[in-house]
Structures are given as C-alpha cells and as structure tokens.
Design a protein around this ligand. Structure first.
Ligand SMILES: *Cc1c(COP(=O)(O)O)cnc(C)c1O
Length: 228
C-alpha cells in the first residue's frame, strides 16, 4: 500500500533536518517537535512511522481520524494525536474524546463548546488558538489584532488549557514575516507552544521559534485520494 515511499527513511531525514535547523538557529536539540501529518494516509502507511518510534501525529478531519486511530492507539498507547483541521461544533464531543490536542480553536462559539465538553467529559486536552496571520478572507483563525483579547477570554472566562498558537501563512508568500508575527503574539501572551511550518518551510519556522512543525508529504509522500 505504501508503494515506493519509504516512510521510515523519510521520517529519519526530516528528524535530521529538524536537528540541523535547531542547531543553526542556536536552539537546543528537541526544541522543535515533529507532528507527522498523516491525513489521507491509510493505517498501513502510518505504521512504519509508529514502528520507528515516532509518537506525535496530526490529522485534519475528525471522521477520518476516528476510522484510523482507535486501532493504532490500541497498538501504540503512547501515540499522541493533534487535530490540525477545522472543527465544527457538532463534532466537538468526538474530537475531545479522540484527540490529545486541538490546534484549530478559531472562534468564541467553538471555544465555549470545547470548554463545555471538557467539563462534561473530564477528558484533558491541550488547546491551541489558530491565528489568521495573513488576514486572509477565506482562511480560518483569529485576526492578529484580536488575538490578545481572544486568548484572555479563553483563559480567564472559559478556563481553557491554552498551550499555544498555530498558523498557516498565505500560500504564495514568503512565510518568515508571518512566522515572526505568530512568535511575537505567543511571546507577549506567555504561550510556550508555537505550531508553524509544513513540508516546504519547517526549517524556516524553526529559525523563527516553532516548537511544533507539522510535516506531511515530506514523510508520507503525496496525499492519497480520500477513502470517503
Ligand atoms: C496538510 C497539513 C499540513 C502538512 O502539509 P505538508 O505540506 O504535507 O507537509 C500541515 N498543517 C496543516 C494544517 C495541514 O492541513
């Protein structure tokens, strides 16, 4: 099923380049952790990465993750799963049950729904607020100038465990200024986790302070057609 993609070798290479990027940025080894983005990939493609010892993964759809991860988590109980795609309020219950972190908190209604579900279920889950760093009309996320107030509301009014911020910079632009902006918002709000950087630009993201990079195709090869 994995065709000619050597997932374990790719994983090694990406982890190596993360180390190199940390080194050249003068950051400690391990400062940037890898979220292996396994969206659209079948469980057979994910298993080699798990077998190689990698434990942190990202999926962008609740339903797809539900179809794949209960069996993988049963096999690898210390695997951790982050939601990196948009979350509808009617899927909050399932998302809180399955994921260890939600990186895409992007509106008050969703924040309230997650807070309610955490209180109801007693499940612990880390939250990241998505910032629309490029202020793009079509993109999810809180506008940079509204970030401080939204973070405060989530922490103070809803008591949500806000661990950090995430962003997806504009596709065509040089990402560095957007990475710098996200790091600045995180710093002034005393948030330790900064989720930014994908296959094409994770080394740059590490240079600008990423604590989590989200890498898919560089590990698993091209995305597959969705099973649905
Ligand atoms: C798919 C995805 C990634 C990984 O993208 P690649 O270019 O395949 O590395 C990272 N972040 C988010 C939010 C994604 O949806």
């Amino acid at each position: 099923v994995t065709d000619d993609v050597d997932v374990a070798a790719n994983l090694d290479l990406v982890l190596d380049q993360i180390n190199q990027a940390e080194l050249s940025a003068g950051r400690p080894t391990g400062a940037a952790r890898l979220v292996a983005v396994s969206k659209t990939q079948p469980v057979e493609a994910i298993r080699p990465a798990l077998a190689a010892g990698h434990r942190l993964y990202g999926e962008n759809r609740v339903q797809e993750a539900q179809a794949k991860w209960p069996e993988l988590k049963a096999e690898f109980p210390d695997a951790r799963l982050h939601l990196i795609g948009p979350l509808q309020t009617n899927k909050v219950k399932q998302a809180v049950a399955l994921f260890d972190a939600i990186q895409t908190l992007d509106r008050p209604k969703l924040a309230k729904a997650i807070a309610t579900e955490i209180a109801r279920s007693g499940k612990e889950i880390d939250c990241f607020i998505e910032i629309n760093v490029g202020e793009e009309e079509q993109k999810a996320g809180i506008a940079p100038q509204e970030a401080d107030a939204f973070i405060a509301m989530c922490r103070d009014d809803l008591a949500l465990p806000i661990m950090g911020l995430m962003c997806i910079p504009p596709a065509a632009a040089e990402p560095a200024p957007y990475f710098a902006l996200l790091a600045k918002i995180a710093e002034r709000n005393e948030l330790a986790e900064i989720s930014m950087g994908m296959s094409a630009d994770y080394e740059t993201a590490i240079e600008f302070g990423a604590s989590l990079v989200r890498v898919g195709t560089a590990i698993f090869g091209p995305r597959r057609p969705r099973p649905d």
